[in-house]
Design a protein around this ligand. Structure first.
Ligand code: COA
Length: 271
């Protein structure tokens, strides 16, 4: 399917969605939110997709919300603004955050404002060392809303979060990795390779188990310890049936065949 604002390609079971408004530094206009809702529904259904990568075309990852088309042009048009907001929240916080497949943000360049919301809900993020990140909202008179403040406050240490929110100062990819906003930062020419290395590692794992790991993590974030213990027990039992007890294979490979050291490598779940 072709999209006005996105490119989408699947190769070796890794699907890459590329935000494709390079002339606007991949700022998110309403059409991009509508396209993302649709593209992520497609990715979820696609059995050929095991890992999702999201990146940006040109020298930018995503310059946040399109300040003109998303905010300015929808002034006095509450229906249009609500439709765009609804689509934005849907793809970021439901479809992407809860996608039952691993997701990696490959931050290739500018990353500002609203881009932090979906950067934060990707499972992993790899950045170019020279990418530029910033919560620039304060620089033009608004607050980081749309989930940005909340997500940054859970992802980062409070000192770092408030530093970004209140100074609006840009930081490099290298600094973003030190702050743990991203998992790692690599020279820009190595970004694709580093992203695919991570995707390849994830592809070796049992996909059903990965989907459960992710669901439990996301739900546990909002539970008390007592509720989390109950939920994890329930999900453990459910996975036992869903993954057809393939963990028995792991125990056999480890204890009987002595062909596996699960502390160091993944079990052969397909055998
Ligand atoms: N919304 C709408 N348009 C944007 C945009 C945004 N968030 N970010 C960039 N653009 C547009 C620019 O207006 C310009 O459009 P034009 O060619 O029609 O004038 C085009 O993208 C290129 O941007 P430009 O500013 O010329 O590129 P640059 O390389 O000099 O600077 C940035 C790049 C990203 C540093 C700069 O564009 C910027 O500060 N953008 C705003 C980022 C921001 O504050 N985002 C938070 C929004 S919540």
């Amino acid at each position: 399917m072709a999209y006005e604002t996105l490119l989408i390609e699947t190769k070796d079971q890794v699907t890459t969605i590329t935000l494709n408004r390079p002339q606007s530094k991949n700022a998110m206009n309403p059409q991009m939110h509508f396209d993302m809702c649709d593209a992520l529904a497609q990715v979820e259904r696609d059995d050929d997709c095991r890992v999702l990568v999201i990146t940006g075309a040109g020298d930018s990852f995503c310059a946040g919300m399109d300040v003109k088309e998303y905010f300015y042009d929808t002034e006095g048009k509450p229906e249009a603004r609500a439709a765009a907001r609804k689509a934005a929240f849907e793809w970021m916080f439901k479809r992407l955050r809860l996608l039952p497949k691993p997701t990696i943000a490959a931050v290739n360049g500018w990353c500002f404002g609203g881009a932090f919301a979906w950067l934060a809900v990707c499972d992993f993020a790899v950045a170019s060392e020279t990418a530029t990140f910033g919560l620039s909202e304060v620089n033009w008179g608004i607050i980081p809303a749309g989930g940005v403040t909340k997500l940054v406050s859970t992802l980062l240490a409070p000192r770092d979060a408030l530093y970004l929110i209140m100074t609006g100062r840009p930081i490099t990819g290298k600094q973003a990795a030190e702050m743990r906003l991203v998992n790692s930062a690599v020279p820009s020419e190595k970004l694709a390779e580093a992203t695919l290395d991570l995707a390849d590692e994830l592809k070796k794992k049992n996909p059903t188990v990965l989907a459960y790991c992710k669901e439990v993590f996301r739900v546990d974030q909002n539970l008390s310890l007592e509720d989390a213990l109950a939920f994890e027990t329930e999900k453990w039992t459910e996975l036992d049936a869903a993954a057809k007890k393939t963990w028995h294979k792991g125990v056999k490979q480890f204890k009987e065949e002595r062909t596996l050291r699960p502390g160091l490598e993944t079990y052969r779940w397909k055998e």
